[in-house]
Design a protein around this ligand. Structure first.
Ligand code: ADP
Ligand code: MG
Length: 365
């Protein structure tokens, strides 16, 4: 297991080898002297966002930092696995197995069958999505992972009725969406889908409350239900205190949670999220992911989220892995703990990408 005292002593040793005082190291990292002193005496661990800069400054690898010692080539592999599990535990918290597996009879919300999308440019043709099929049951939180360019956004946009597939069928809540004319599709999006996109803008001239209320008004929710529903959901999402603020007055994480509230209040069949944590710091990202899990558990929302962040993906019930437009594998969390699922996702990515996946890159892409 990860040993905080040992790591602290190692940081201290490497710092001294560099000839730096605690204050000098603190200054390079933009933290207080006290923080460095606490790490070195094993009283606390550096924040996730500092791991990389710390490793660079001390000229050590991430694995060495967590092992609390320099690692030779031979025992690198063994150490790496051992260290990985404890790193994962420290990121995700110690969490027990999840007890309730998805009910086997949950109805299918999204049904994607043999969907392909070909982009034809002057120079060449790209098969951005290649014969992809899958189903998503009601109440589940599903992630789509894959390297940049693997077709994730294209697939999500097709499901969102923003883009049309070249071939294949898709139904949402039993309704076929691929042949819908644009005006019908716009109504369908408002009535049946919720969006939490990285750059999904709230309206700047409306307060957060008004942004959420607008979504409900468009859906003809009776006025007397609006206030009560917004308050209830805002409470659950922890944004009650900022409802009167304008989007530019709150943080990115708070805006994203407002977007979640706006998606939830209209009770859509399916919520779509494209890299929702991409622009957030690690704390805000964790909060947003906790919010998604809560939305599925307490509000029976069904969420499909595109991400390339393994930490984000480990909150899902199931992961779909894409490569070169194809669905290469799926992984179910089942009753596994978040940590075990995280490790499984990393292994699967290594297998799919055919190369060793650096833990750090997945956290700090
Ligand atoms: P991801 O979201 O996984 O990064 P995308 O779905 O954005 O992947 O892109 C998949 C492939 O399709 C890439 O090769 C990309 O260059 C191509 N592509 C995406 N959109 C278009 C477009 N509008 N026109 C032409 N090619 C596109
Ligand atoms: Mg994308």
């Amino acid at each position: 297991m990860m040993n905080q005292d040992k790591i602290g002593a190692f940081i201290s040793e490497r710092r001294k080898a560099k000839g730096w005082t605690q204050s000098q190291l603190a200054e390079k990292l933009g933290v207080t002297d006290k923080a460095v002193s606490k790490w070195e005496t094993g009283r606390s661990m550096p924040d996730l966002s500092l791991f990389m800069p710390l490793c660079v400054l001390l000229e050590i690898t991430l694995n060495e930092l967590f092992a609390g010692e320099c690692i030779s080539e031979q025992n690198l592999k063994e150490k790496a696995d051992e260290v990985l599990m404890s790193v994962i535990a420290s990121w995700l918290g110690q969490e027990k197995q999840v007890s309730t597996a998805q009910s086997a009879v949950a109805k299918t919300v999204l049904d994607v069958q043999n969907v392909s999308k070909r982009y034809q440019t002057k120079a060449n043709a790209v098969l951005a999505v290649n014969n992809v099929s899958f189903q998503i049951p009601h109440g589940s939180f599903v992630g789509i992972m894959g390297a940049s360019g693997s077709g994730k956004t294209t697939l999500l946009n097709i499901i969102a009725t923003i883009d049309k597939p070249t071939s294949g069928k898709i139904s949402i809540g039993g309704q076929s969406i691929v042949d819908m004319p644009e005006n019908e599709a716009a109504d369908f999006r408002r009535g049946h889908l919720g969006f939490v996109f990285q750059e999904y803008n709230l309206l700047d001239t409306l307060t957060l409350y008004e942004n959420i209320a607008l979504a409900m008004t468009i859906k003809n929710v009776p006025a007397k239900h609006v206030a009560q529903t917004i308050l209830e959901i805002s409470e659950a999402l922890g944004i009650t205190a900022i409802l009167d603020k304008f989007p530019h007055e709150v943080s990115g994480g708070q805006r994203q949670r407002c977007a979640c509230a706006r998606a939830l209040v209209v009770n859509p069949e399916l919520i779509l999220a494209d890299e929702p944590t991409g622009a957030l710091d690690s704390h805000a990202a964790r909060q947003l992911l906790g919010t998604f899990s809560m939305m599925c558990r307490d509000y029976h929302a069904t969420i499909l989220m595109v991400t390339h962040d393994v930490v984000a993906a480990s909150h899902c019930d199931r992961i779909l892995f894409m490569r070169d437009g194809e669905l290469k594998a799926t992984l179910n969390r089942d009753a596994k703990s978040k940590q075990t699922f995280f490790a499984d996702i990393l292994k699967k990515m290594e297998w799919i990408e055919g190369e060793s996946y650096d833990v750090l890159e997945t956290v700090n892409p």
